[in-house]
Design a protein around this ligand. Structure first.
Ligand SMILES: *Cc1c(COP(=O)(O)O)cnc(C)c1O
Length: 279
């Protein structure tokens, strides 16, 4: 689990003013830039997507003043509500969490990006509604690089086949791949997940560069974004390190199997970690 500030003091202090938010943004940006440089990359290659999922609308207003103009939200309904309440601000919204087909309408209504495409039914529903609305949507295909049943996304071995099905959905603009690494403070367990995503991307490029668009990699969160940048992230999705520790447990955002998580086909052989190593 990512540290949430409990136990050893505030790992992610809450930012309550424009200045504090700006400081946290600067700090995260500086860490991204340093990680890029030490891995021989240009800092400009890595975008920061601030994630505002537990953050109230008044605090989002402060964040916009502090310089956030793109925001990521995990739940469509919550994002739609915030979008409406903040319609006077110039903000672009990215949906970064699992989507049900019956919510695709909401995404098409206001989002500019969707980071968690992992089912053809969703691609189809999005495309149909986008065509009707006369617009397109930037999407990332989510890959389950940790092999954990509690995470959504395609097994790495199925990503290529999935990408091959997407060109017929002409309003979806494929930007690349997205993943959530295993939640662990142990870098050596986290890193292989990011490496795995990069390898899937590289393999797709090798076979047919058109499959993967610009070949972006949406990976890295508060607890692991520096490792993700070292391994090739082009966009990191960071919430707590900017806004402060989340009050709700992670299980609220990422359902576990018992709380109705994703179906879990056998993913043996596809994990970036040995399943038996996990607690
Ligand atoms: C919440 C969330 C993040 C950001 O996590 P933090 O720990 O707040 O940085 C990134 N990606 C997804 C899909 C999320 O739901």
């Amino acid at each position: 689990m990512p540290a949430d500030g409990s136990g050893t003091g505030p790992r992610y202090p809450t930012a309550g003013t424009v200045q504090e938010l700006a400081d946290h943004l600067d700090h995260v940006r500086a860490l991204i830039d340093a990680a890029a440089r030490r891995s021989g990359r240009r800092p400009g290659e890595v975008a920061l997507l601030p994630v505002s999922k537990p953050v109230t609308e008044d605090r989002i207003r402060l964040a916009v003043q502090a310089g956030c103009h793109r925001l990521g939200e995990n739940k469509v309904q919550e994002a739609a509500r915030k979008h409406d309440a903040l319609a006077d601000l110039a903000v672009e919204w990215s949906i970064i969490g699992h989507l049900q087909t019956n919510k695709t309408k909401d995404v098409v209504a206001f989002a500019t990006e969707f980071h968690a495409l992992d089912r053809l039914k969703v691609a189809e529903a999005l495309d149909r509604r986008l065509q009707a609305a006369g617009r397109s949507l930037d999407v990332y295909v989510q890959v389950n690089t940790s092999g954990e049943d509690s995470k959504y996304g395609l097994p790495p071995g199925e990503a290529l086949g999935f990408l091959r099905q997407l060109p017929r959905f002409t309003s979806l603009r494929i930007q690349g791949l997205m993943t959530l690494a295993v939640f662990s403070d142990d870098t050596e367990r986290v890193r292989p997940c990011f490496v795995r995503l990069r390898e899937v991307r590289d393999r797709a490029r090798e076979i047919d560069p058109d499959l993967i668009g610009p070949g972006g990699l949406s990976m890295g969160m508060s607890g692991d974004f520096e490792v993700a940048v070292e391994e090739g992230a082009t966009v990191v999705r960071v919430g707590q390190a900017i806004f402060g520790a989340r009050p709700l447990p992670d299980s609220y955002y990422w359902p576990t199997d018992s709380a109705g998580g994703p179906p879990s086909p056998s993913r043996s052989g596809s994990s970036c970690v040995n399943r038996s190593d996990r607690p």
